[in-house]
Design a protein around this ligand. Structure first.
Ligand SMILES: [Ca+2]
Ligand SMILES: [Ca+2]
Length: 250
């Protein structure tokens, strides 16, 4: 119904496009104008929402992905929470060992999903916790460890950080973020955790909790990798082999 823009400007008229539109807009009665305004606002807000949504998908807060993503023995799962599904499947996933899920604990209204919260699209709010279940490799070698690269966009109140727990227990020194910065598009915070579990488990559960009151979670990205450290005797053999090879070359 936006005929306002579809009217052709007669070339014979000695007036600018702006003057013509202005004159025309005065002629139109108030009802049509308000209707037109409404339609335009609807269209504009729809376009703005669509643009923002596309941007937020393209610019998802995967700010510092690990260098080893996609390598054998790694998993990758990302939640943007664009729907209120609970448990929630990741929006993007590469996990050959099973289906990871995010479960948001707590009852409405203290725990609830919001489509648009300030500048963020799709946010889970909880006073309890978010539980991430991540299936993983079959390796449980005593000389192995699991590295978890957790990126999260959150709000837990000014100056606060969410608390992280794992089952099985992680190295407690790795449960604080290694890096924090303001979210590029809003008032939220971006944090990066580099968590170590020893030895490598076949399955881990990550618990994310508010420190004081409420956790607003916009986005969670989890990368994992299993690292097997060669046995010391194996290392010696490898070093000796290397020396023998070099000696032979000479
Ligand atoms: Ca986001
Ligand atoms: Ca989101």
């Amino acid at each position: 119904m936006i005929y306002f823009w579809t009217i052709k400007i007669p070339k014979s008229k000695r007036e600018t496009k702006f003057q013509y539109s202005f004159r025309l807009s005065i002629k139109l009665n108030g009802d049509i104008m308000s209707k037109l305004g409404e339609e335009m606002m609807k269209t504009l807000s729809f376009v703005a929402t669509a643009i923002l949504l596309v941007c937020s998908v393209a610019m998802a807060d995967d700010l510092y992905p690990p260098s080893w993503r996609g390598e054998p023995g790694t998993t990758y799962q990302a939640w943007e929470f664009y729907t209120n599904a609970n448990p929630s499947s990741p929006d993007v996933v590469n996990n050959p060992y099973g289906a990871p899920t995010a479960t948001i604990l707590g009852a409405f209204p203290k725990t609830r999903w919001i489509e648009i919260e300030q500048t963020q699209y799709g946010v889970w709010i909880t006073e309890e916790w978010i539980q991430l279940d991540i299936p993983n490799t079959e390796i449980t070698d005593p000389n192995s460890f699991k590295e978890i690269w957790l990126q999260m966009t959150f709000d837990v109140g000014t100056g606060n950080l969410p608390m992280i727990f794992l089952v099985p227990d992680a190295d407690p020194y790795t449960l604080n973020p290694v890096y924090v910065q303001p979210d590029p598009v809003g008032t939220y915070t971006y944090g990066l955790w580099n968590i170590i579990l020893e030895p490598n488990p076949t399955f881990e559960t990550i618990y994310i909790l508010p420190r004081e009151c409420t956790l607003f979670a916009d986005e969670i990205i989890v990368d994992t990798r299993c690292v097997v450290i060669p046995e010391p005797s194996m290392m010696i053999m490898m070093v000796l082999g290397g020396i023998a090879f070099l000696a032979k070359k000479r």
